[in-house]
Write a protein that binds this ligand. Structure first.
Ligand code: GTP
Ligand code: MG
Length: 238
């Protein structure tokens, strides 16, 4: 199952969003509007290329091992206002060139797997495919963040073939388990959506850190039962 967290690219709507994003000095220049829309279409294509590869791998596992490693996927393109906000935070010019050169997470896919073994096997098989490149890996599963966040982040470059030829385009893929996703959603809500006083925030953050550890233990125990039921893992255990 794939959940799309954005609308399909539509030129007139994208143009309206570009025009309404911020004040005139905080916008992508009008003369770059069509380049920007073309660029977004390429990011969308790259995202579809990678998610199709992942669906094919998931189907193969189902056929060969009667096991679906991927629970579901979520896809999203960064919104115009988030793109502008990120360029500004990084002190970069608001141009399509600067998006291409500096933002690697315009196209994003979250791959929610059933077990930790699945995270590593799916990411390993995807990374080994000869037509894509791995640009960057951040393994917050082996090295969790201080707040307890765990996920495997990989930035891939995938060729998107248009009438103008191949465009190698980055896609950020976040691989995580159901438990890691469950945790990250609540932590995100606490950090970005709550208006709690600082003391409450600190208390909840500490509780969340404890929850991250508990979930990690539960996950390890359930993984071990799953391995026993399904036989030895296929060299993917960590
Ligand atoms: P930015 O993209 O600028 O944030 O920097 P980066 O690319 O170095 O970030 P990183 O790869 O560490 O994380 C990128 C994404 O991972 C974020 O946009 C979130 O979706 C997710 N993420 C990272 N850290 C956390 C966290 O502590 N909590 C939650 N809920 N999500 C996180
Ligand atoms: Mg990022």
């Amino acid at each position: 199952m794939i959940l799309d967290r954005h609308d399909r690219i539509n030129s007139s709507e994208m143009q309206a969003r570009l025009e309404s994003a911020g004040t005139s000095d905080r916008r992508i220049p009008v003369e770059q509007t069509s380049d920007f829309i073309d660029l977004m279409q390429i990011y969308e294509g790259a995202m579809y290329e990678i998610s199709t590869k992942l669906e094919i791998l998931d189907d193969e596992f189902q056929v060969r091992f009667s096991h679906d490693p991927i629970h579901h996927m979520e896809r999203r393109l960064k919104s115009v206002s988030s793109i502008i906000g990120k360029l500004e935070r990084k002190g970069l010019p608001l141009t399509t060139e600067s998006i291409k050169d500096h933002l690697f997470d315009v196209a994003g896919i979250r791959v929610i797997c059933n077990y930790r073994d699945d995270v590593y096997s799916v990411s390993r098989y995807l990374s080994a495919q000869s037509d894509i490149q791995v640009l960057r890996v951040k393994d917050y599963i082996r090295n969790p963040k201080q707040n307890g966040y765990r996920s495997l982040h990989v930035i891939y470059a995938v060729p998107v073939f248009l009438s103008t030829g191949a465009h190698y385009t980055p896609v950020e893929v976040q691989f995580r388990t159901i438990a890691m996703d469950y945790w990250a959603s609540l932590e995100h809500a606490l950090r970005y959506k709550s208006n709690l006083p600082d003391a409450k925030l600190a208390e909840h953050s500490q509780t969340l850190l404890d929850c991250a550890r508990s979930l990690q233990n539960v996950e390890a125990q359930m993984q071990s039962i799953h391995r026993d039921i399904n036989g030895a893992p296929r060299g993917d255990e960590t």
